[in-house]
Ligand binder design. Structure first.
Ligand SMILES: NC(=O)c1ccc[n+]([C@@H]2O[C@H](COP(=O)([O-])OP(=O)(O)OC[C@H]3O[C@@H](n4cnc5c(N)ncnc54)[C@H](O)[C@@H]3O)[C@@H](O)[C@H]2O)c1
Length: 359
């Protein structure tokens, strides 16, 4: 693995879309804890409770509410701030919901991404953009091998396909307005990041395994689990976020090789079935927590899609640091602390510091 150069986020201006969401909330806190000056831009939190409110994210980052589809509002928010780095995470991120609202999903994930990149085009200060998509952007061939960044894009359901489209939009903007060969002239390095199912404290989304389990445990109800044999690329949220930050750091060097797509996947043996997660979670939670099989498999969900993260390892020195079991322990501790009325800003920053100690 390459040696990771010293880098400081101190005083760097970062524009982050999606800071009121799960991954965006963690990234906002992490960047702010490293001294970055963060302006978040997103809609209101989609759930109640939510990480943004519970962990007081708005106390340490600037909080702007707006829609990424609204070009004028987005442009004002980005240009006034004059950021050096843009992390684009705002999205409609749910597969099942995308079947109910395909048009809204495409509008936010595809047109919204084009709006963000178009705004970057007119914001002279930006030097690096990390646009977040997903492992689901690949055409899933239902095979056992890991997918590489050069594999064909695809997507069965509206969400997955919208993220494949977002990849194409980013590639087109890079080729048309920020070409890698002329990076020294225009000075804007654009990359995309593809990660799998992330878990951690503070996620209350609907139709996601961990929040469903936690909601059931808190209500003292047996949690209904669909597709117990389905294997997913589980990762603690801090793992891909570390990758996104490393990627931005290297994009700022303006070495053209980094302006491309990167996979951030878990270790091979952390691809575990849903029932394994449910068993571990009930064990860690205690208090008579239990789950039962839901015989309805629901809408089509693709089989296990394994990511090959060799490029991130080779270029960025990135690797997973938390075993899945530890990630589950950390997230149970997080929800327990919240349940006990703890200071969740301090607790979340504490977990970030514990993760940094592993790097
Ligand atoms: N959570 C996962 O397992 C996972 C896995 C792979 C990729 N991703 C990707 O990571 C990113 C963050 O996901 P998350 O899990 O934190 O989702 P989330 O639902 O918790 O957060 C989504 C964020 O996007 C914002 N948003 C949605 N529509 C918007 C719009 N039209 N204008 C402005 N803001 C809008 C929301 O307000 C929120 O801040 C998404 O791009 C998602 O596709 C997530």
């Amino acid at each position: 693995m390459p040696e990771v150069r010293a880098f400081s986020w101190e005083g760097r201006k970062v524009f982050l879309t999606g800071h009121t969401g799960f991954k965006g909330g963690w990234l906002a806190l992490w960047l702010a804890s490293k001294g970055a000056v963060v302006r978040g831009y997103a809609l209101d939190p989609a759930t109640d409770p939510n990480l943004f409110t519970v962990a007081s994210v708005g106390k340490i980052v600037e909080d702007i509410r707006g829609d990424i589809r609204d070009g004028a509002s987005l442009e004002k928010a980005m240009r006034d701030f004059a950021p050096e780095v843009v992390f684009h995470m705002a999205a409609q991120p749910l597969v099942r919901y995308s079947y109910e609202d395909p048009i809204g999903t495409y509008e936010t994930n595809v047109i919204g991404t084009a709006r963000v990149l178009d705004t970057v085009r007119r914001t002279q200060s930006v030097r690096a953009v990390v646009s977040v998509t997903t492992d689901k952007c690949y055409e899933n061939k239902e095979w056992v091998w890991g997918y590489r960044e050069s594999d064909p894009l695809g997507g069965y359901d509206p969400y997955s396909s919208s993220k494949a489209c977002a990849e194409l939009v980013s590639a087109a903007y890079r080729q048309s307005y920020f070409p890698v060969a002329k990076l020294a002239e225009h000075g804007v390095a654009v990359a995309t990041a593809r990660a799998g199912n992330v878990i951690g404290g503070g996620d209350w989304s609907v139709d996601r395994l961990i929040p469903d389990l936690v909601r059931g445990f808190l209500a003292g109800e047996a949690v209904r689990i669909r597709r117990p044999k389905a294997i997913r690329p589980w990762q603690h949220v801090l793992e891909p976020l570390h990758g996104y930050m490393r990627l931005a750091e290297e994009l700022l060097t303006h070495d053209p090789k980094y302006a491309t797509a990167y996979n951030f996947g878990p270790s091979e043996d952390d691809g575990q079935p849903v029932e394994w997660i449910a068993e571990k979670m009930t064990g860690f939670w205690g208090d008579g927590a239990k789950w039962v099989l839901d015989p309805d498999p629901g809408v089509h969900e693709a089989g296990y899609l394994k990511l090959d993260a060799s490029r991130a390892r080779a270029d960025l020195g990135w690797a997973p640091h938390l075993r899945l079991e530890t990630a589950l322990e950390w997230l149970v501790e997080w929800y327990r602390e919240w349940q006990a009325g703890g200071d969740m800003l301090a607790f979340t920053l504490g977990q970030i510091a514990s993760y940094e100690a592993l790097l």
